[in-house]
Design a protein around this ligand. Structure first.
Ligand SMILES: Nc1ncnc2c1ncn2[C@@H]1O[C@H](COP(=O)(O)OP(=O)(O)OP(=O)(O)O)[C@@H](O)[C@H]1O
Ligand SMILES: O=C(O)C1=C[C@@H](O)[C@@H](O)[C@H](O)C1
Ligand SMILES: [Mg+2]
Length: 196
């Protein structure tokens, strides 16, 4: 007897989502990577798929300071921004499970990285320069890229930061595929951490 169509097996994503959810347990999922890698966009969708809360450290910093990141950098400088970022991320990681998307420089700061490593499972969304540049050159909300040659600045940041991001638990290549595909790859990477 053939199966009725409404009893067909569920689509890949729901199964994968429940497996990834089980593998994550009470841990937070922390997305790291350069500006434009998709931490905010993919992080939000991943949280929705997993059915757990989503927070974005840049948004949280803007909410508590009531200032934009651009204005914070201009008024207080990068060092003060990093100190605030450490405090905010430490607090966001306190209860899990959550998806926590971080600002591009968060994991590079020694103090913040220490908290992130303790606070959850880290996923590095890694991307090529061309992909990142295509995405970030459309908006001028990133103070570190307000230079004479922002593409070169982005490349310099890649060279300086990629060895540090590579300490992440998991790496997923961010590229121009559907966001749903990116989410599935993140879920598959989480699932693979599950002990047999
Ligand atoms: N797989 C994808 N395909 C196409 N566009 C994408 C993809 N992932 C993200 N984007 C787009 O790229 C842009 C940058 O993504 P996003 O803001 O999520 O990056 P980010 O890593 O959070 O950067 P930042 O560190 O500056 O906060 C957004 O417009 C987002 O919609
Ligand atoms: O890469 C960085 O250092 C930054 C990335 C953004 O997410 C913001 O946190 C800020 O613009 C700094
Ligand atoms: Mg972001």
């Amino acid at each position: 007897m053939t199966e009725p169509i409404d009893q067909a097996p569920p689509a890949l994503a729901p199964t994968l989502a429940s497996e990834a959810r089980a593998a994550l347990g009470k841990r937070n999922l922390v997305l790291i990577g350069l500006m434009g890698a998709g931490k905010s966009a993919i992080g939000r969708m991943t949280a929705q798929t997993l059915g757990i809360p989503f927070v974005d450290s840049d948004h949280e910093i803007e909410r508590v300071s009531r200032m934009s990141i651009t204005d914070l950098f201009a008024a207080y400088g990068e060092a003060e921004f990093r100190a605030l970022e450490t405090r905010v991320i430490k607090r966001l990681l306190r209860s899990g499970p959550r998806v926590v998307s971080t600002g591009g420089g968060a994991y590079i700061n020694d103090n913040t990285r220490k908290h992130i490593k303790r606070g959850g499972l880290t996923v590095w969304l890694k991307a090529d320069l061309d992909v990142l540049w295509e995405r970030v050159n459309k908006r001028d909300t990133r103070p570190l890229l307000k230079t004479e040659n922002p593409r070169q600045t982005l490349e310099n940041l890649m060279n300086a930061r990629y060895p540090i991001y590579s300490e992440a638990d998991l790496t997923v290549m961010s590229r121009d595929v559907k966001k749903e595909t990116m989410v599935e790859e993140v879920l598959a990477a989480i699932t693979a951490t599950r002990k047999p």
